[in-house]
Design a protein around this ligand. Sequence first.
Ligand SMILES: NC(=O)c1ccc[n+]([C@@H]2O[C@H](COP(=O)([O-])OP(=O)(O)OC[C@H]3O[C@@H](n4cnc5c(N)ncnc54)[C@H](OP(=O)(O)O)[C@@H]3O)[C@@H](O)[C@H]2O)c1
Length: 274
Amino acid sequence: MSNAKVVLITGASSGIGQATAQTLMEKGYKVYGTSRKVKTEDTIKANSGIGFIKMIQLDVCSEESVKNAVDYVLKNEPSIDILINNAGNGIAGSVEDTSPEEALMQFEPNFFGVLRMCRAVLPKMREQKQGLIINISSVAGLISVPYQSMYSASKYALEAMTETLRLEVKNFGIKVSMVEPGDTKTGFTGQRQYVKQASDSVYHDTFMKSIKTMEKDEQNGPPPTLVVNAIMKIINSKNPPVRIIAGFSYKALVFLKRILPARFVQFVVGKIYT
Ligand SMILES: NC(=O)c1ccc[n+]([C@@H]2O[C@H](COP(=O)([O-])OP(=O)(O)OC[C@H]3O[C@@H](n4cnc5c(N)ncnc54)[C@H](OP(=O)(O)O)[C@@H]3O)[C@@H](O)[C@H]2O)c1
């Protein structure tokens, strides 16, 4: 029996998740990737070695779906060594135009989805006395972006939960880290939803200008390689850091946010996006 590590990665049908799954498979990991759109056991992609990607059905917004997916992996494998919470999406709109229901829709995959996955996998990781959880946050979880308030808020909340979780599970031998990608060319841009009120809004013109800048930056951004490298660095580290911000310019930006007055940071972000 091989002792290749077992990885469960949410949102592996596209972008960062797909690229990470591919790299892990090539490195010999047994990868269970998830998507809402596949039927479990539809596909198995294998390299010439022991690594494989098996796609399984999962909607992180459904407690039942999360349970089924985790049960499926544990029926086939003795452990889940690594959980990568990557699934997520973006909902854009001004704060005033966003209903509480739409805010909740944003928190569902990006925050509650991660909570569901952690709660489903942690009992097994505690039993194993080892495990690694990597949460994919965003630079927008450290710097708030206009017209992306609920996206930023969901990622700020994820940052808080991840920092806490890391402290709570340390004594069970479980490590927790996160990666903050900046603009990355993936399917994320095409999947972004706008709040209902956005088309008939006093914010319409600045909202559209801001969104266009964002979408251009994402589509002109690098492929997911930078983020995959950060994930691999965490996996290969004996003592993973709390976070890795993917990309030098974003690292510099977050550093400047920490040392510069908030008013100045707001001025710069406002200049870019409004
Ligand atoms: N791209 C960027 O510029 C950027 C920047 C910072 C952070 N991020 C973060 O990176 C992560 C990955 O995004 P990406 O850029 O790779 O986007 P993507 O190409 O759109 O991929 C998103 C993945 O999440 C899955 N997903 C979405 N909602 C889901 C749900 N409710 N349940 C299960 N799976 C769901 C999708 O799978 P199905 O649709 O097949 O179910 C897809 O595989 C996200 O957490 C995002 O916030 C992205």
